[in-house]
Design a protein around this ligand. Structure first.
Ligand code: FEO
Length: 173
């Protein structure tokens, strides 16, 4: 049976993962409208992954005798100045998610909930990969600077940057 304190903290994480999915969906739509097809495809996929992160948590809470709560949708921002600003936001968001996962792990240790602690290790690994990928992308964008042709190739090649991180299949299942 899930400790109510852990259940509450996990449901908070459900909210954050759902918000992540919405935020990346809004970014994908912005990129698509700007004509960045590769970036849009990358972000649509990323949004789907975040939904799977949310679902995995929700199901775990229910399996452990708690109640996974589906949160209300908050409208994410839809105006961005540049691709660089977009990915800077992705990186900052992933760092925030990692911090929240770490806090959850900490609560589990304090409450001696080793089952949830074990479950969360998947998220710990996932966050290492997601942050590394976002940093790799930002490094590329810094190299490109304001070069339009560089951005053209970045948009064409972004799917390849995630190689090794994900193959588009659902790791969260
Ligand atoms: Fe599910 Fe990218 O955090």
């Amino acid at each position: 049976m899930l400790n109510p304190k852990i259940e509450k903290a996990l449901n908070q994480q459900v909210i954050l993962e759902a918000e992540s999915s919405q935020a990346y969906l809004a970014m994908a739509s912005w990129a698509e409208v700007q004509g960045y097809e590769g970036i849009a495809a990358f972000l649509y996929l990323h949004s789907d992954e975040e939904r799977m992160h949310m679902l995995k948590l929700l199901k775990f809470i229910n399996e452990r005798g708690g109640h996974g709560i589906v949160p209300a949708l908050k409208q994410p921002g839809s105006k961005l100045k540049s691709v660089k600003e977009l990915f800077q936001q992705v990186l900052e968001h992933e760092i925030l998610v990692s911090n929240e996962i770490n806090k959850l792990v900490d609560i589990c240790l304090k409450e001696k909930d080793y089952t949830t602690h074990n479950f969360l290790q998947w998220y710990v690994s996932e966050q290492i990969e997601e942050e590394a990928l976002a940093r790799k992308i930002m490094d590329k964008l810094k190299l490109i600077g304001n070069d339009a042709s560089g951005l053209y190739f970045f948009d064409r090649d972004i799917a390849g940057l995630s190689a090794g991180k994900q193959d588009g299949t659902d790791k969260a299942a």
